[in-house]
Design a protein around this ligand. Structure first.
Ligand SMILES: Nc1ncnc2c1ncn2[C@@H]1O[C@H](COP(=O)(O)OP(=O)(O)OP(=O)(O)O)[C@@H](O)[C@H]1O
Length: 288
């Protein structure tokens, strides 16, 4: 087929997407530390995030989950290895290319902070005003569609101080998808939510991902909700993948790390005690 006869079924796919197939983000052998000579946060990390999937990244506090989001968003760069977004190496992009790439990534930050001096409507309109030149009419329709998708069209004129935490999270979700990004990254989307809002937010993440045909990457500690909606889960420990698989695979796993995490056991491969002197030495009761 020549260029004059485009395949109508493929016109929405870039050449790169055709080459890369289904993988939206690929992390290849990434090593990362925040400064030269400092502790390695990620070591030989390999991950893939595919179109249409909700993928969760889980693990204990400080294991490097948010750092993975920062690498994909290009806020930090790996010392070695590659982070590919739609086939392009994020670490080698100039600032204009990075801006372009970030427009195609929706981000819901920890606690989904809204701009407190902007209405619900203007919070969702913000990325559209920043990144597009849409007419006011079109912008209004898009914002209302996004708010409708999260069940908050009727709350458009309220200020953030007038809505609950669960509603605020949903507004932040609507803002994250305002530009119809192919990749949506959520950092602790369930933090601080009551059980009902938590369930609603989890369902929305799944439904919005399906409706947009996007890829969602979820950094979270909430096993139950995450396992309800995720297609695939990575467990990180000590800068590496400790376990990975579908929720069903992981639920069946007998791996001690997976069991400790899923059964919320205080001790196991991840020790309860921070490394230190022996108890006997600290209390001066060593006998030999
Ligand atoms: N800007 C920074 N400079 C130096 N070290 C940092 C920086 N940001 C994070 N770290 C360290 O890197 C490690 C990984 O941090 P990261 O925020 O990725 O962990 P996390 O798994 O998201 O943790 P949590 O679940 O507690 O949010 C931590 O030990 C943290 O102290």
């Amino acid at each position: 087929m020549n260029a004059a006869q485009p395949n109508p079924l493929n016109t929405h796919l870039s050449a790169q997407e055709k080459v890369e197939g289904e993988v939206v983000v690929s992390i290849k052998d990434v090593n990362f530390s925040y400064a030269p000579g400092e502790r390695q946060i990620l070591m030989g990390l390999k991950m893939e995030f595919r179109r249409g999937q909700v993928v969760a990244v889980m693990g204990g506090s400080g294991c490097g989950k948010t750092t993975i989001l920062r690498l994909i968003g290009g806020q930090v760069a790996a010392q070695s290895g590659q982070v590919l977004f739609e086939g392009q190496d994020i670490g080698r992009m100039n600032s204009a290319q990075l801006m372009q790439a970030r427009r195609r990534m929706g981000m819901l930050f920890q606690f989904g902070a809204l701009f407190t001096d902007l209405s619900v409507f203007e919070n969702v309109a913000f990325p559209l005003r920043e990144h597009t030149n849409l007419s006011e009419d079109l912008l209004r329709s898009l914002v209302l569609m996004k708010l409708n998708a999260v069940g908050l069209r009727g709350a458009r004129d309220l200020m953030p101080s007038q809505i609950s935490g669960g509603m605020a999270r949903r507004v932040a979700l609507a803002r994250a998808i305002a530009l119809d990004p192919p990749l949506i990254m959520y950092d602790e989307p369930f933090a601080g939510l009551d059980p009902i809002s938590l369930g609603i937010t989890a369902r929305l993440i799944r439904d919005l991902n399906n409706a947009l045909g996007a890829t969602s990457l979820l950094v979270t500690h909430d096993v139950e909700e995450t396992f309800e909606i995720a297609d695939y889960v990575y467990f990180i420990a000590d800068g590496r993948i400790a376990a990975e698989g579908t929720p069903a695979d992981l639920n069946r796993s007998t791996d001690p790390f997976v069991r400790q995490f899923l059964d919320a056991a205080p001790d196991g491969p991840v020790p309860f005690h921070y490394p230190g002197q022996a108890l006997e030495d600290d209390f001066g009761v060593r006998t030999s």
